[in-house]
Design a binder for this molecule. Structure first.
Ligand SMILES: Nc1ncnc2c1ncn2[C@@H]1O[C@H](COP(=O)(O)OP(=O)(O)OP(=O)(O)O)[C@@H](O)[C@H]1O
Length: 232
């Protein structure tokens, strides 16, 4: 099975502060990998590093065996990495449909929104003409995931998809992720909500203070131990 993402000895900085010290992490094709950890340990910075949004002076980010470390963000997006940031970045004044169309920009606006998007997220079909800013937090999260899927990414990065979302929509998002897995998607999820990923992810990594401090198969995870490593 192909290794889609292979991160080796990655360091990342904000100015002179080192945030990621020595990160090694792999994602195999068709797998769902979860990165767990407390607030502020560097999880979001890690996803930003993969997208080229922070300074990464050393280490390697191989995506489908090609080095990305010195490539600009647009190159990484065009290469097939879809990114759903924390806070979702929905454009509030644009309609749901316009927000979705932005997902096609990585292909220069070519292609169209496949009907599958609306099968995954029926609520978006009902709301196509609504302004993004008028959606609930959960609906915005679904829109952000849908917008990333429009371009059929080979790797999908999700930053805390459950944050600030009501339980029924968390379940919907869980179902969508499992459906995507069935279809062969490869996904890296940053989470703090352990129960959410137990039924979803194949492998886990735990980050603390810019290092990976535990990793393994979710099926053989010592949940109490991992809970203590991510508890606030
Ligand atoms: N733009 C920035 N400039 C300077 N420091 C930053 C910036 N963004 C984050 N940091 C710092 O980097 C560290 C890691 O933050 P990061 O957001 O990656 O953590 P996290 O594990 O994703 O936590 P959270 O779940 O709260 O986002 C924190 O100490 C944070 O204060």
């Amino acid at each position: 099975m192909e290794t889609v993402l292979n991160v080796d000895k990655l360091q990342a900085y904000y100015g002179e502060s080192i945030i990621l010290k020595d990160i090694n992490l792999k994602v195999q094709e068709g797998h769902i990998v979860c990165l767990l950890g407390r607030n502020g340990v560097g999880k979001s910075t890690f996803l930003k590093s993969i997208m080229g949004l922070v300074r990464t002076p050393s280490g390697s980010i191989l995506f489908q065996n090609k080095e990305l470390i010195n490539k600009p963000t647009y190159f990484r997006a065009r290469a097939g990495i879809g990114y759903v940031p924390q806070g979702r970045d929905i454009f509030p004044q644009m309609t749901v449909e316009e927000n979705l169309q932005l997902g096609l920009e990585v292909n220069n606006g070519n292609g169209n929104i496949s009907p599958e998007i609306y099968e995954l997220f029926p609520i978006l079909k009902e709301m196509l003409t609504r302004k993004g800013g008028n959606l609930s937090g959960g609906q915005q999260q679904q829109l952000a995931i849908a917008r990333a899927l429009v371009a059929h990414p080979k790797l999908l990065l999700l930053d805390e998809p459950t944050e600030g979302i009501q339980p029924s929509i968390i379940q919907d998002i869980g179902r969508v992720i499992l459906q995507l897995k069935k279809e062969g998607y490869t996904i890296l999820i940053v989470e703090q909500y352990l129960e959410f990923i137990l039924n979803i992810a194949d492998e886990y990594y735990v980050m603390d203070k810019g290092n990976i401090v535990a990793q393994g198969l979710v099926s053989s995870m010592d949940q109490e131990d991992i809970k203590s490593k991510i508890a606030i």
